[in-house]
Write a protein that binds this ligand. Structure first.
Ligand SMILES: *Cc1c(COP(=O)(O)O)cnc(C)c1O
Length: 374
């Protein structure tokens, strides 16, 4: 059994991917070939925003977004401590300071109810608070209506880290359209993944789009050898865009299949699970992209026991994330300690993810739930 079965997906579309790759080998435009613009246009339309800008990874997408706002030393950016390192890493990379706000107990996303107090505290420090990065963990969007409202009141920008939520929905709007700039990732294991690294920024703002376009290619101005700002080499490869175009054709169907797999898990856990784990919570009006199906054990020892049972049965699992960012060594200079964000600390001890992909069979799912319940 696979945690994420990319082979099953490839078997469906191998011929068309091969032919797309051959097209690129024929035209030879490996950097910024026609597939790049084609992909950006299709994905912008899908999420319902004006501009899409492809780039080299989800991490670069976040970097481009922060650089578009000229974030640097002395600035503070608020985000969640319960996320992949990249979300806060890019803040530090630019010399700015990540400031954490604890998560909601049920959604695992930044808790807007705790946001305003941190905004005020940061405003009273010697840091210049510029913006907020909301994270859509496991495919479920953060509560952007609340986050955007607080941001607006305090003159802050909002970036959506939608690395896990491409394909999800929030109150009738697609994930990747919920903030000033949104960043997603095409890392192979994400809901829409390529065969290497890739990412994309989305925005409705013409000016931010122009800056990000420039930053993506070494801060270019009117032409390639006119450099108007410091930038990066952050382009997506044409070959990856070609692969993504074929994968995107079946993507909406795969999102439906992920929901079906989730429904089966929920049903099996309700009927056989005997409350052994707690299953994902999706608020009314939200639709997760189901990047992960993450469940909670009762405590750390219980999780260790459950993971051992699954391992013995040959069922792969992962813990996203065993160590929240505020207690990572990389952020020790920020001065946080264990216990500062008690919900993140608690969740990190109990959470684990079981296989989730569009091609999981009911039989496989029954096996997984039986092992957990046995
Ligand atoms: C995967 C991920 C990223 C980084 O994306 P890469 O393409 O691997 O650079 C950033 N944030 C979150 C929440 C992620 O899950």
């Amino acid at each position: 059994m696979q945690f994420i079965d990319l082979h099953a997906q490839q078997a469906r579309i191998k011929d068309s991917i091969d032919s797309r790759i051959q097209d690129v080998l024929k035209h030879g435009k490996y950097i910024m070939g026609p597939e790049i613009g084609e992909l950006e246009k299709q994905l912008a339309e899908y999420v319902g925003v004006k501009h899409a800008l492809s780039c080299a990874s989800g991490t670069d997408a976040l970097l481009l977004a922060l650089m578009a706002y000229n974030v640097g030393a002395g600035d503070a950016i608020i985000t969640s401590p319960f996320t992949f390192i990249a979300t806060a890493e890019v803040i530090s990379l630019l010399g700015a300071t990540p400031v954490f706000v604890d998560i909601d107990r049920k959604t695992y996303n930044l808790d807007p109810g705790k946001l305003e107090a941190v905004v005020e505290k940061t405003n009273n420090s010697n840091l210049d608070l510029k913006g907020i990065i909301g994270v859509d963990i496991f495919g479920l969007s953060a509560d952007y209506d609340s986050i955007n409202e607080i941001a607006k009141k305090h003159g802050l920008f909002v970036i959506e880290d939608a690395a896990q939520s491409f394909g999800g929905e929030y109150k009738g709007r697609k994930a990747c359209s919920l903030a000033d700039i949104t960043c997603t990732s095409f890392f192979p294991a994400k809901p829409l993944g390529c065969y290497g690294d890739g990412g994309m920024c989305f925005t409705d703002d013409d000016e931010l789009m122009d800056i990000m376009k420039s930053v993506r290619v070494h801060g270019k101005g009117n032409h390639k050898y006119d450099n108007v700002r410091i930038g990066i080499n952050g382009r997506l490869d044409t070959l990856q865009a070609a692969i993504l175009l074929e994968k995107f054709r079946i993507f909406p169907e795969e999102i439906d299949l992920r929901q079906k797999v989730t429904d089966v898990y929920n049903e099996l856990f309700a009927s056989k699970g005997n409350g052994i784990v707690s299953t994902p919570f999706i608020p009314e009006g939200y639709f997760s992209a189901w990047a992960q199906y993450s469940i909670e054990a009762k405590d750390e020892a219980h999780r260790t026991a459950l993971l051992a049972k699954l391992k013995d049965a040959g069922i792969p699992t992962t813990i996203y994330y065993p160590k929240p960012l505020h207690i990572q060594d990389a952020f020790s200079s920020l001065g946080y300690k264990a216990g500062d964000f008690p919900i993140s600390d608690t969740v990190a001890k109990r959470i684990f993810s079981i296989p989730m992909h569009p091609y999981l069979t009911r039989e496989q799912q029954e096996n997984i739930v039986n092992v957990l319940a046995g």
